[in-house]
Design a protein around this ligand. Structure first.
Ligand code: SF4
Length: 365
């Protein structure tokens, strides 16, 4: 429940803010368009980097109508350097929607704002509180950190339930009479005082801050340890016979399920060719009388929790060698393989070996 009696945290924060507020141009306005523009520019962007873009965009597109009418390429030109072009695309889409569906007036509530393309909980709370005085707290990594430290919240901030829990705490703290100041204050407090390297010695909240009092500032926020990276060794054999290659679709509950690949032997560690062949009868048979050539390979391919060490060989299987049908595998022409989905690792492997005749004309470059 929100009340006008401020929690000691809120009192201390607002007092701090009166002395330390950053002067930012979007704080001098209550125009929801300008506030929205600033919030979108600042997503994944530091204030110092985003500021000149915000000023320029507002100069070129002073109203939501002017932005809606602009050619996307003009917007992109002014966006150049900010990256994440999906933001610019959503900006344009939302401007058009506000003009066509809301007669050029931004909706005035959090619940409506969050329906707009590219507007998430943080941006909706910022616009709702700054432009319309609605008591909705902004909650991002800064807010997680501050609240976790101050209240000693042990919840893992990467857990799916964390956002709701921290938002509920912030909802208790945000004053209904000063929601905009509270949100601006907590943003600045997270950047200037309770930053990843906090300045506790001069912090006005230190007397009531759980983490500081317990000498556990470094323990908060609680963040799950990153899953250990798994090392895997992929040995690809490009088996060719009669201008066809042996391939299969990955179907297991593993990476790249649904994508196609050459004959793969996965080993526990890096093995030499002989040891690999000893472990695979089918492959051993294919190699009887075949010419085997080690290929250039991407060597290491990184995924979020896996490091794939890759090696590859080309095996020219003699035409007269009869190979028994191998489950899951099929022989197909390289030009048909080209049309099938493949992992980036495999595409890189092919690109690195375009000198092979089978790849010459049929594979992507
Ligand atoms: S005392 Fe330190 S950890 Fe606690 S709120 Fe202040 S800056 Fe953050």
């Amino acid at each position: 429940m929100q009340s006008t009696n401020h929690h000691p945290f809120t009192e201390g924060l607002l007092t701090w803010y009166r002395q330390h507020a950053r002067e930012l141009p979007w704080r001098q306005t209550q125009d929801p368009y300008a506030i929205w523009l600033s919030e979108v520019v600042l997503q994944q962007t530091r204030v110092a980097q985003g500021l000149p873009y915000y000023l320029k965009l507002l100069e070129v597109f002073p109203t939501v109508e002017s932005l809606a009418q602009a050619d996307e390429s003009v917007l992109f030109r002014h966006w150049q350097g900010l990256g994440y072009y999906s933001r610019a695309r959503n900006l344009h889409k939302t401007a058009k929607l506000v003009v066509s569906e809301y007669q050029g007036q931004f909706p005035a509530t959090y619940d409506e704002l969050i329906q707009l393309p590219g507007v998430g909980p943080y941006t909706a709370a910022a616009i709702a509180s700054f432009a319309f005085g609605e008591a909705k707290p902004v909650v991002d990594g800064n807010v997680f950190r501050i609240l976790a430290r101050y209240f000693g919240i042990e919840t893992d901030i990467l857990h799916s339930s964390a956002r709701k829990e921290f938002t509920d705490v912030a909802l208790e703290l945000i004053p209904i009479d000063q929601p905009a100041e509270f949100n601006q204050a907590i943003m600045d407090f997270g950047s200037l005082q309770c930053s990843p390297a906090p300045i506790c010695a001069s912090c006005p909240l230190s007397l009531t801050c759980f983490a500081f009092q317990q000498k556990r500032v470094q323990d908060f926020p609680v963040k799950q340890k990153k899953a250990k990276q798994r090392n895997r060794h992929f040995n690809y054999f490009i088996l060719e016979q009669g201008n066809k290659v042996l391939v299969r679709e990955r179907k297991d509950k593993d990476i790249w399920s649904g994508l196609w690949e050459f004959y793969l032997l996965e080993s526990q560690q890096e093995e030499d060719l002989e040891s690999l062949l000893e472990s695979d009868v089918n492959l051993f048979k294919c190699l009887q009388g075949a010419s085997v050539q080690a290929l250039k390979s991407p060597k290491i391919h990184l995924l979020s929790h896996q490091k794939i060490h890759c090696r590859a060989w080309h095996v020219q299987v003699p035409d007269n060698l009869e190979i028994s049908q191998m489950a899951e595998f099929q022989w197909i022409r390289p030009e048909d393989f080209e049309k099938l989905g493949k992992s980036v690792l495999l595409l890189n492997l092919i690109t690195d070996n375009l000198h092979l005749e089978i790849f010459n004309d049929s594979m992507p470059r």
